[in-house]
Design a protein. Structure first.
Length: 274
């Protein structure tokens, strides 16, 4: 893991509160999308709902126009074997599918970023378990963050939970990241690794943690749209993400409505929010 500790953006308490505003725009938008997912809806319709939600709350979609080629939508909508960065469009969801929805928003120059995977009606038991394991591994990673620790403590916690849950593929080459005045900043936050390595976790650091795991291989391909990442073996994938900040009190999950209090306290971790 290569990094420059001096290039990691450290936020003041006031700046973290500004990030919380952006985080809530993202979190509330994702909950609207979760409620909207049903057989027969298209990924393009979900994207339109997301953009409306973000703008109604005073935000700007951070994905729209991002990168090269410019991303054409406000969310990433990745269905079944699509892992991340799926481009919304005419694809219609069917019962038994899963869709991973990644959403980002900017409010007054500060970014929020989060993702959920949603089952479209009943799904196969192994798919339901994949979704559960991915989400739980995210919370285990968040719970491992503490002032004075290292970034790879988060990585190790994510990986340890996944490895202990079954023979899943931890997607190679895609990681979490620093976040703040830009959507992607130093440092990277891998989903596997030995503890005690990488940058120090300091009060005021903000990171996006995002495990991506599959029912098969860790290898991926990118489709001709130059964005959509799919599993190399066609097995299904799941993706969850939250943005968090470290405060004087502990972990504050900026993209969760309750700041992550319920899940963190259940894991014995101090809640760092307000």
């Amino acid at each position: 893991m290569f990094f420059d500790q001096h290039r990691i953006e450290i936020k003041s308490p006031e700046q973290v509160r500004s990030m919380r505003t952006a985080g809530l725009v993202v979190g509330r938008t994702l909950e609207r999308l979760r409620d909207a997912v049903h057989p027969g809806i298209s990924t393009g319709e979900l994207d339109a709902l997301a953009e409306q939600s973000i703008r109604e709350q005073g935000g700007v979609p951070s994905f729209l126009g991002y990168g090269v080629p410019p991303f054409p939508a406000s969310i990433c909508a990745s269905v079944n074997e699509q892992v991340v960065h799926g481009v919304p469009g005419e694809q219609v969801l069917a019962e038994g599918d899963v869709i991973s929805i990644d959403c980002g928003a900017i409010v007054e120059g500060w970014h929020g970023d989060a993702a959920i995977t949603v089952a479209v009606g009943p799904v196969r038991p192994e798919v339901a378990e994949l979704v559960r394991v991915t989400e739980e591994s995210l919370w285990r990673g968040l719970a491992a963050a503490r002032v004075g620790g290292r970034v790879s403590d988060i990585s190790h916690a994510v990986e340890s939970y996944i490895r202990g849950a079954g023979a899943y593929g931890i997607v190679d080459g895609y990681t979490g990241h620093g976040i703040g005045t830009s959507m992607h900043m130093e440092p990277d936050v891998p989903n596997e690794g030995r503890p005690g390595r990488g940058p120090r976790l300091k009060r005021g650091i903000a990171l996006a943690v995002e495990p991506m795991i599959t029912l098969g291989t860790h290898d991926t391909d990118v489709l001709d749209d130059e964005w959509t990442v799919v599993t190399a073996d066609g097995t299904w994938a799941a993706h969850f993400e939250h943005t968090f900040a470290l405060t004087e009190a502990g972990v504050w999950v900026l993209t969760a409505e309750d700041g992550g209090r319920a899940r963190l306290e259940a894991l014995g971790v101090p809640f760092g929010g307000e």
